[in-house]
Design a protein around this ligand. Structure first.
Ligand SMILES: Cc1cc2nc3c(=O)[nH]c(=O)nc-3n(C[C@H](O)[C@H](O)[C@H](O)COP(=O)(O)OP(=O)(O)OC[C@H]3O[C@@H](n4cnc5c(N)ncnc54)[C@H](O)[C@@H]3O)c2cc1C
Length: 416
């Protein structure tokens, strides 16, 4: 580790790694450090709740690039190193170990920390979030002694963990505080479909379920107590209730961070020479109707990293990537494009009973998002509808015999 870098990237996850590799692709020849607090080289998080937890993919296949790649491209990957403070005037950061590093430009790519429960018993052994390889390794090491699992949070990660662990023969209960699973990210049709799929495989899905406490014995979790008095015995409790952006050093440096650090369309924060990318970055997103949001996805991390790398090269191009995401549960591959925020109409395309269908979301007559279940064709063709804010008769959209690329012919294209 040198003590000065032209570009210092803090956070060696998807967004940080892609900023570094894109800079080299674009011909940047200055010094780059990619610094992260986890002990591993940059790796992909999505398999943690899917193939890796299920034991179907070894960790080596999660690496974004092998170690030799970073060496060959002269990117100093510094692992196990946490930045605790930034001095924007001096252009320095301080690490937890007390080192001071000077930067020409700084890229903040720290993602977020899994939100913890705050109820009694939340710290007991046997209660764990799933954000890192260490979390997944720990879960796997516990599984032999686990029969019953309670998952708190019916979002994508919670449901993926439910699928992975039920495939291993565990008795799984999913607790969701709201009236349906996936309520934050999808419409009711998709929520009900996934609830039925999970229940059909023996998973207990409890909705409107408010956790009061973790029951413990000898400081070890033995169950979950709900507000209505029900106690669900469990040896493993997985908490999947979202993340908190990791921006404390920026806040201490004087940046207002309500929910992540605000960046402009070129990934620049308000601090001079400081950019931010990925899960930690709040930005005005045209696919969210111009709202300031954070997007937690690989697509956002990678595309925003490209924007930031271009900005660092002096090639200012606004971030305007079409959002997309995927989730794998059992044999169901969900692919989403767009953001269904504030939709006012849901159109079901295809027969849900076939387990291959799409849900198309509209706002004021325009297509804003699609959720495609085992339907790669709609996902591929629907992208243009979202990108163009297409206005199409819902009757045409609902007809699976009309390919979406042909449906475009019937559209009045309007800027999104
Ligand atoms: C279990 C799971 C499943 C997922 N599945 C999907 C999926 O199917 N599809 C999809 O699109 N997305 C999925 N995601 C989301 C996706 O992984 C994230 O959106 C993406 O990883 C964000 O990348 P990032 O680089 O912004 O943040 P991260 O990947 O979180 O990387 C940030 C890194 O910065 C480090 N860091 C934080 N603070 C500091 C500090 N002060 N100093 C040094 N280092 C620091 C962190 O330790 C971390 O390694 C999933 C996430 C999880 C956890």
């Amino acid at each position: 580790m040198k003590n000065s870098y032209d570009i210092l990237i803090v956070g060696a996850g998807h967004a940080g790694a892609h900023t570094a590799l894109t800079l080299r692709q674009l011909g940047f020849t200055g010094s780059i450090a990619l610094l992260g607090e986890e002990p591993e080289l940059p790796y992909e998080r999505p398999p943690l709740s899917k193939e890796f937890l299920g034991g179907d993919k070894p960790f080596e296949r999660l690496l974004i690039r092998p170690g030799s790649f970073w060496l060959e491209r002269a990117v100093d990957v510094i692992t196990g190193c946490r930045v605790v403070a930034i001095d924007p005037d001096a252009h320095t950061v301080r690490t937890a170990a007390g080192a001071t590093l000077t930067y020409g430009r700084l890229v903040w790519a720290t993602g977020g920390r899994a939100r913890m429960l705050t109820c009694p018993g939340a710290q007991a052994r046997g209660v764990r979030n799933l954000r890192t390889r260490a979390d997944a390794d720990w879960m796997q090491s516990e599984l032999a002694d686990v029969q019953r699992v309670v998952i708190i949070g019916g979002g994508y990660i919670g449901l993926e963990v439910a699928a992975s662990l039920s495939a291993k023969g565990k008795h799984v209960t999913v607790l969701e505080a709201r009236e349906r699973v996936l309520a934050r990210v999808a419409g009711e049709v998709l929520s009900r479909f996934y609830e039925a799929e999970h229940r059909g495989r023996g998973i207990e899905v409890r909705l409107d379920a408010m956790v009061e406490a973790i029951e413990t014995y000898d400081d070890r979790a033995v169950g979950v107590r709900l507000e209505d008095g029900v106690i669900l015995p469990a040896e493993l409790i997985v908490v999947g209730v979202g993340i908190i952006p990791a921006v404390a050093p920026l806040v201490e440096a004087g940046v207002e961070c309500a929910d992540g650090v605000l960046i402009d369309e070129f990934a620049r924060t308000r601090l001079p020479d400081v950019l931010a990318v990925g899960d930690c970055a709040r930005h005005v997103n045209s696919f969210a109707g111009g709202a300031q949001i954070r997007v937690e996805s690989v697509q956002n991390a990678v595309d925003m990293a490209t924007t930031a790398a271009r900005t660092l090269m002096g090639d200012l191009r606004p971030y305007h990537a079409v959002p997309w995401f995927w989730s794998t549960q059992y044999d169901l591959k969900l692919q989403t494009v767009g953001l269904s925020i504030n939709y006012d109409q849901e159109v079901v395309r295809g027969d849900i009973a076939t387990r291959s269908f799409s849900v198309i979301y509209l706002r004021q007559g325009r297509v804003i998002a699609l959720d495609c279940v085992n339907n790669a064709r709609d996902f591929a063709q629907g992208r243009a509808l979202v990108a163009n804010g297409a206005q199409i008769d819902p009757v045409i959209l609902a007809d699976p015999c009309i390919p979406l690329k042909e449906a475009m012919i019937h559209s009045i294209i309007a800027p999104a």
